[in-house]
Design a binder for this molecule. Structure first.
Ligand code: CMP
Length: 137
């Protein structure tokens, strides 16, 4: 079993698509092991997106991720990292295939509804940013 970190981003919250997106993950067979509604601080945004801080799109990304609540969750299942990445689709909603979450619900590169860890190593680092042992059920 693998665990992966998923964020339902502020656009997902504001568009009231959180239930819809969570439902897809649940119907696939993934299990929610930890979950919380959060508001990104500047520090948490910089920690989560450490690899993007120097990129030209980062100021806009940071403003967006702090603009409204988000949900952080840990999903568990067989090959969960790869399964969730394939379910969310390409970064930009314009390029994401129909049938993926980003492909079905968005047209933006920044406001792309969900984030999911891209490797087991990233998942471990990212899960530790949001959750401690006692948050798991
Ligand atoms: P995510 O999977 O959370 O990882 C990095 C995020 O940066 C990405 O989703 C988008 O929200 C955002 N992003 C990536 N590339 C761009 C871009 N070219 N312009 C604006 N935002 C981007």
């Amino acid at each position: 079993m693998e665990q992966t970190l998923v964020l339902l981003k502020p656009d997902c919250y504001l568009r009231k698509l959180m239930g819809e997106v969570l439902s897809r993950f649940e119907r696939k067979g993934l299990t929610v092991r930890a979950m919380k509604l959060i508001r990104f601080t500047s520090e948490l945004a910089d920690q989560h997106y450490a690899e993007h801080i120097e990129k030209p799109f980062y100021p806009g990304l940071k403003e967006f991720i702090m603009s409204a609540p988000a949900v952080a969750m840990v999903l568990e299942g067989e090959e969960a990292v790869a399964v969730v990445r394939s379910m969310i689709g390409a970064t930009n909603g314009i390029k994401a295939n129909p049938g993926t979450i980003r492909g079905d619900y968005g047209l933006s590169g920044r406001e792309n509804l969900v984030h999911a860890s891209d490797s087991l190593e990233s998942a471990k680092r990212e899960i530790a940013l949001y959750f401690t042992e006692k948050d798991f059920c």
